[in-house]
Write a protein that binds this ligand. Structure first.
Ligand SMILES: [Fe+2]
Length: 284
């Protein structure tokens, strides 16, 4: 798709998808799916039964300095209560196997609901890619059938720092699902950052590098969109977000297949992420 076409598409607003009761990701028109796949980002109608308000309340509670959840221990660099360097974003981040230990039961349940949504999105991408279904599990390191390393993170932006909210980057995993109720998210289209407005009643979904890798030799690949969050100036209201990352297991493998099921390539997740770190330093 040409750059001009993409710019026109963005002016019309991002496409809107929904997840059916049968856990299928659907768009009202095929052009909407085309647009979503071209841009690597779309709105998702908040799925029925997703207990979003409770999760938002939990996220807001983290602003209390005496919140016990701010004392959740760090696991490595990626989990725990973390203030990022050179960004305004501060977050409580936990991957799936720590949810039950640290999150309240309703938040763990919320994460499980997003697990299902993430899998529905990934399965539709693989379906559109024409990769034979028997190979989906192997391609995604098991994610398409429930394995992998999902993160459920609660973020807010510390306006005492003059940094960008979040510096430009691509996400490394398969799919990111975002709930944010204030403006600030932008995506890069043809070298220019464009606003992604908040659409009430909707989440924002973007594709990541791992999904790009898996579909790279298929009939229909998806790209990881470069995005950032503008510097937040106001602390009333504080910009909050709930971010769910559907990521491959760091110890696992990803495989590339074509539509005939032929292996076209593979990588350990570690090697892919290391390569991305090297190639994307320009965004940092
Ligand atoms: Fe991101």
């Amino acid at each position: 798709m040409t750059g001009n076409r993409q710019a026109v598409l963005l002016c019309e607003g991002l496409p809107v998808a929904s997840v059916t009761e049968a856990q299928r990701l659907v768009f009202p028109r095929s052009e909407d799916l085309d647009q979503a796949w071209a841009l690597g980002i779309f709105y998702l109608k908040i799925p029925d039964g997703l207990h979003l308000e409770g999760a938002r309340q939990f996220g807001r509670g983290l602003l209390e300095v005496d919140s016990p959840y701010r004392k959740i221990p760090k696991y490595g660099d990626l989990e725990g209560f973390i203030a990022l360097e050179n960004n305004q974003q501060t977050k409580l981040a936990l991957c799936r196997h720590h949810w039950e230990q640290h999150y309240p039961a309703d938040i763990t349940q919320f994460g499980r609901e997003l697990d299902r949504v993430g899998i529905a999105i990934i399965r539709e991408v693989l379906h559109q890619a024409g990769i034979p279904e028997l190979l989906w599990e192997r391609a995604t390191g098991g994610y398409s059938s429930g394995a992998g390393t999902a993160f459920l993170n609660f973020v807010h932006y510390d306006t005492r720092h003059p940094d960008l909210g979040l510096r430009p980057h691509t996400d490394y995993g398969f799919v990111t699902i975002l709930d944010a109720t204030t403006p600030g998210l932008q995506i890069n289209v043809n070298g220019q950052f464009e606003d992604v407005p908040v659409l009430p009643g909707h989440l924002v979904v973007n594709f990541g590098e791992a999904l790009h890798f898996v579909t790279a030799h298929s009939e229909r690949s998806v790209g990881a969109v470069v995005h950032r969050v503008l510097s937040q100036k106001y602390s009333d209201p504080v910009r909050h977000g709930i971010v769910y990352f559907a990521n491959p297991d760091l110890e696992g493998m990803l495989w590339q297949f074509d539509v005939k099921g032929q292996v076209k390539g593979s990588s350990s997740v570690q090697d892919l992420f290391t390569l991305l770190e090297t190639n994307l330093t320009e965004y940092r």
